[in-house]
Every structure is written in C-alpha cells, then in structure tokens.
Design a protein around this ligand. Structure first.
Ligand code: PEP
Ligand code: MN
Length: 363
C-alpha cells in the first residue's frame, strides 16, 4: 500500500494538521471573512467548507452547490489556504477539480455505501488529488478501511482518514459516539494512513469541542478538522457546534501536543529506561490476566457440566447478582471504577454463558 506522508500535501510544521472552516459555504462574504480570519493563524493549513450538504431530513439547507466553488477559489487566491470540500457524486469531483479545489473528502453517509464509494473511486482514477475519508456513520471498521482500499486501488496515494464518531440510538452527551476503540483499531489496521479527528461532528456542541480535540492529541491523532464560522449562532447548518476563528486560536493555544502527533519528534524520541521498565511490568501483568481468564473459563466449563447433570439453568440470577456486587465492592476498595468492573465482568459473564450453552448443546 503506497500512502504519501501528510506533509506531502499539507504543509504542517511541528503541529497537528489543522483544517478549519464553516460547516457550509453560505455567501461569498462569509467564505472570504472566515478564510481571512483563519489564515491569520499559521497553524491552520487548509480550509474546509461544505458545498453540497448531505441532510438527514428533506427541507433543510442542502448547500449552495456549484456557485460556491468560485468563492472558494477567490478565498484561496487571497489567503493561500488550501481548500477542502465534500464530494458525493462523480459530478461533484469534476466540478471541484475544475475549480482548483485542493482536497476532497468523502462524508460519513457516503462511506456506508460501497456502490457509491466505488463510483467515486472510478471518477478519481488518474487524478491523485488528496482525499480524506470520514468514518462511516455505522460503527464498521471494514467499511472505513474498504473505502480507503478502493481509493488506493485507483492510484490515490494522498489519503487521510477522519474520525467523526458513529450514529447511535442511545441518549449520549455527544451527537456521535466516538467509540475510540474503532480509530485505535483503524491505526492498527492501517498504520501508514494519517488520522484526523473531527471533534465538531463528534460533540455537536461547541463547549465540548476542546476536550475532544485534546483527547485526540492524547491518542496521537495527526490532525484536527474543526468547524469554524464567523458567527456560529447564525450558521445555516450545524450552528450549535461551530466556533469562531478566535475561539479556534484559543483552543489551539491551550492544546497539549505530545510526542508522536503528526510524526512530531517521533523518530528521534527514545523511550526513557523507566518507561520501558514499567511497560515490561505491564506486559507481565497482562499475560497473567489472560492466563487467569483462561483458567476461569475452564472452571466455568466444569460448572456447566454440573449444571447440565442437575438440569439447572445456565443463568442463576441471584448468584450472578452476588458475584457482580461483591466484585464492584472489592474493586471500589482497591480504587477501581465501578463502571469499569461492571463492563469488564459483563463481557466475561457473556463469554461464560456462551461456554456453558455450548456444554448444554453438547459441543
Ligand atoms: C461535514 O463535515 O459537514 C459533514 C457533513 O460531516 P459528516 O459526513 O461527518 O456527517
Ligand atoms: Mn457540519
């Protein structure tokens, strides 16, 4: 897999790649105003703006469309900022390239559909324009990596992935559930693909954007895409999550950038010996946890045999209630979070039930 380094197409200097701009391009004045403000902060390397907007419900503002493209061209000429837009149809790609758009991205609702991604990949063949791929709105790692592979297969090498969280029916504090395990698994699957975080679409609320941006830095993401608008409250789309250019500068000023972000000092950073030592200790503990878990499963299986002989139900709710309460109490006394103990043991319990069911069915 040939993936170009981010620095080949985004001129970042010892800072995460910051892509900022409005959810939607609204008017030529708005585009120029936000571009001028963003260009004053040299950490912003590209401007984003939605031209065609995927709206969940009909009747909402669906973007200005092609007439917005010359506004972006003018903003680029005036500021030198690279311009990025979302494309969802081959026709969008053609129009974007005609108007010197530098970077394209595929949206979360597009990446769920392999037919559409295949069609867009075909339209991109031979262009080698930089393309960013948002995670699909469904929590499915393969749809995400599969879309990237489709781009690689048509010769695109300038690729980045954007983590923007996942749709959920649960009531949560955010607009989209970040499910951090998925971008971490993404990194393991495609370590060479730069990974950018979109705290705006994860949180849906401007007050929470900064905390998620910091979390992304702690997890060594390479960049941030942050929705920025001159007057966020009156934005034509995503008004609740956009921040002003001044607020963006303030956010970037307080961001703690650890080693490893966007390759910063990663190559010449040698692990301190005490860190190596403690990591070794952790490896030993983790092996013991796995070994104990395997031993626990053997006992679970034996108990399954006994239950089968007695024709006892696999789930004994009173016993389970006692077990989980005792463990949470014990954990609390040792300074562990009850939630963590509960989630861990729910998983272990699920696996144990499965093992005993297999015993019952004679597998
Ligand atoms: C956007 O970036 O404005 C957008 C529509 O994002 P997503 O595809 O992540 O919903
Ligand atoms: Mn948006």
């Amino acid at each position: 897999m040939t993936i170009s380094p981010l620095s080949d197409w985004l001129p970042t200097q010892n800072f995460p790649a910051v892509i900022a701009g409005p959810c939607s391009a609204e008017t030529s004045d708005q585009v120029m105003e936000v571009a001028t403000a963003l260009a004053a902060d040299k950490r912003v390397v590209a401007m984003r703006a939605g031209v065609w907007k995927p709206r969940t419900e009909p009747g909402n503002f669906e973007g200005v469309g092609a007439p917005a493209l010359p506004w972006l061209q003018a903003a680029k000429a005036a500021t030198g900022l690279k311009m990025a837009i979302e494309v969802a149809k081959p026709e969008h790609i053609e129009l974007a390239l005609k108007h010197d758009i530098d970077i394209l991205w595929l949206g979360a609702r597009t990446v769920v559909n392999p037919f559409v991604v295949a069609e867009l990949a075909e339209a991109l063949r031979g262009t080698n324009v930089p393309v960013m791929v948002k995670n699909p709105s469904a929590p499915d790692l393969k749809l995400w990596t599969g879309s990237i592979n489709r781009l690689v297969n048509v010769g695109i090498t300038k690729i980045a992935a954007i983590h923007r969280g996942f749709s959920t029916y649960e009531k949560i504090a955010f607009r989209n559930d970040p499910i951090w395990t998925i971008p971490i698994d993404f990194r393991r699957a495609m370590p060479e693909v730069p990974l950018i975080n979109d705290p705006s679409h994860i949180t849906g609320k401007r007050d929470l954007v900064s905390a998620i941006a910091q979390k992304a830095m702690d997890l060594a993401f390479d960049g941030l895409m942050i929705e920025t608008h001159p007057t966020p409250e009156t934005a034509w789309s995503d008004a609740a999550q956009q921040i002003t250019p001044d607020a963006l500068t303030a956010l970037l000023n307080i961001l703690n950038i650890p080693y490893g972000v966007n390759g910063i000092a990663a190559s010449n950073y040698a692990c301190k010996p005490d860190l190596e030592l403690r990591r070794g200790e952790l490896d030993v503990l983790d092996s013991r946890i796995i070994e104990l878990l395997a031993r626990r499963m053997k006992v679970v299986k034996d108990i399954g045999e006994l239950k089968k002989q007695e024709n006892l139900a696999v789930l004994q709710i009173k016993r389970w209630d006692q077990v989980i309460n005792n463990l949470m109490k014990e954990g609390r006394n040792l300074g562990l979070s009850e939630e963590v103990v509960k989630r861990l043991y729910d998983l272990i319990h699920d696996a144990s039930i499965q093992v005993q069911e297999e015993v019952f069915r004679g597998k």
